[in-house]
Write a protein that binds this ligand. Sequence first.
Ligand SMILES: [Ca+2]
Ligand SMILES: [Ca+2]
Length: 493
Amino acid sequence: MKMAAEVRWLLVFLVLFGASSCRSESPHRKFEYKYSFKPPYLAQKDGSVPFWEYGGNAIASSENVRVAPSLRSQKGAIWVKQPTTFDWWEIELVFRISGRGRIGADGLAFWYTSSKGFYNGSVFGSSDLWTGLGVFFDSFDNDNNHNNPYIMAVVNDGTKTYDHSNDGSTQQLAGCLRDFRNKPFATRARIEYYMNSLTLLFHNGMTNNEQDYEICFRVDNIQLPKYGYFGISAATGGLADDHDVLYFLTTSLHPPGQLPSDRGEIPTEEQAKLQQEYLDYQKKFDEQKEEYRVENPHAQKLNYEEYQSEAQKELEQIFAGQSQMFDALRELNRKLDEIVGRQERTLGLISQLGQGGVQVAGQPGQQPVLIDTIRRQEVDTVLNNQNILLNTAREIKSFVGEVHSKTESILNNQARAPTAQVQPMGYDYQAFMTEVRDGLNSLKKDVKTTGSADCPNCLTTSMFLLFMAVQMIILLVYSLYRDNKEAQMKKLY
Ligand SMILES: [Ca+2]
Ligand SMILES: [Ca+2]
């Protein structure tokens, strides 16, 4: 069992070792600022580009290098000052080739050559018979094969003259048909030379996603000069485009195990020198501090570090105060929001009342229902009407009582004097009728006053009561008449 465990550990170790060696296949990368340019401040105030030289019709601004402007027969180039000090590299080129015409000319070239080229040469603005690599972005279709714009690589050993009339088709190492003119975003090319393999990835500028690269070509077993110069050139002809380079970013590639010198140990001599330099600066600083103290005796007590900490403390206090203020403001804001919300809800309810109902929460998922309710004003009207009705009823009652008492008195009178000739329409009777009429009129008046309340329901009730009263009076009159008749009949017998 002990042996098995040991074997297992060995296996784990081997697997880990294998994995780590596999992972470290990718090269170590280092950005080379001395072989690069990029905005902003691409060109300095005097127009120079640090670590680069340009000439011909090239113009450098803070944002880009216009290698050849959109004028006829322009040539320009920009070359790095120092040759490379590394074997393998990757160049990221961000550029724009734009012109008004459907067709442009002539194109842009990327160079890696053993010596710097011209600034107004015959191959896309730089030298022919070069030694090294030229990558051409050829806009114009010289051989009329309808295969431009075209991207291609040509490796030259310094003996071949570029075949312009055939667009270099007989000399090209590799290439691809890609349109790089007048794109919404800047076009990009990533040219990698690593372990004798040359790869070109192209970004067509249709998106601003920096990762949208696609492969144009990859060629193995390429031998380029060991230490060379990078350059960019461009040319126009009868037709003209602006040839702008925005970024030229160089990254040196180092195979695992061959790390660049700055990653390794610093030589002891240099280390000692740097240490000494540091100590010197420290000493100088102390001396200057002392000098300041002597020159400013009033500030003698003021220790620089104390001062620093004091200022810092104050700043912290200010910051804390501001944070508290901010918190309070945020709380106030929240409360204000709440109040506004409530107010809106209240206004909503009021407007619903105005529309004639109160919103009642229905079943979940149902629309809220509006229910009609009795309003205050209506309740008041109903109460008033009731009071008026009560008063009218009382009046009618007293009136009926009066009528009754008068009828009694008439009957008594008649009983007392049965022999007397009773006239069908005596004075008492007429007076009584007049009273009845007056009573009716007053009743009508009352009904009118109650009718002023605009309530159809109560009007009907008054009418009904009036009708009842009239009926009662008619009945009364009829009974009186009948009594009278009977009395006359008695008299006759
Ligand atoms: Ca061409
Ligand atoms: Ca062509």
